[in-house]
Design a protein around this ligand. Structure first.
Ligand SMILES: [Zn+2]
Length: 197
């Protein structure tokens, strides 16, 4: 068994890693001591242990409800809908928002034949009914799928009679994704959100 090459092939499947960087990481690991490697192996094998999906917002967490939903210092009356946990994490890292989130884990994409799933709609409706928000911010990416998802969400939120619905503003380049946006861009996008009529 060729462990080194097997590892390189596994790394190549990771996002953003080509052959060259996969080799670099594998050779770097080769130089580390056994303690480091077994600790790394342990962390990876235990990564999903105890991890669950928050029953309120759909975030992944080691607690249920997640640490954001159960944080009393956060404004539970403002819900920001994001497409996935990566987008949530980008907003959190930028530290530009103090409300709670709702992770959609679903989207509208005619090219992929995807529509908002029944589970996603049910989960969002449940969250809105529970929190009775003063504002729901839609933070889908400014790409075709993000726009279509936005319109689908708008219909659902209007039916739920949400007081104020807004969409994050410009600042995000068209075609860009929230996941990779920098702090300043996310700050501008959140600050310049516009209320939907
Ligand atoms: Zn949560």
């Amino acid at each position: 068994m060729d462990s080194l090459n097997n590892l390189i092939n596994v790394f190549r499947k990771l996002p953003g890693l080509g052959l060259k960087s996969s080799k670099r990481i594998a050779y770097y690991l080769l130089k580390q001591d056994d303690k480091f490697l077994s600790e790394l192996g342990r962390l990876i094998s235990e990564l999903k242990k105890g991890l669950c999906v928050c029953k309120i917002c759909g975030n992944i967490s080691y607690n249920n409800p997640c640490s954001i939903c159960s944080d009393k210092l956060r404004d539970a009356k403002t819900i920001c809908i994001v497409e996935d946990v990566e987008s949530l994490s980008a907003f959190e890292q930028a530290g530009v928002y103090n409300g709670v989130y709702h992770v959609l884990n679903s989207r509208v994409s005619p090219m992929e034949g995807e529509d908002l799933s029944d589970d996603a709609i049910k989960s969002l409706s449940g969250h809105v009914k529970l929190n009775k928000p003063n504002e729901v911010i839609i933070a889908t990416s400014p790409v075709l799928e993000g726009d279509l998802t936005y319109y689908a969400l708008l219909g659902i939120l209007k039916k739920l009679k949400v007081k104020k619905i807004s969409r994050i503003g410009y600042g995000l380049p068209v075609g860009g994704s929230i996941e990779y946006a920098d702090k300043m861009t996310l700050h501008t996008a959140m600050d310049s959100r516009r209320e939907v009529e």
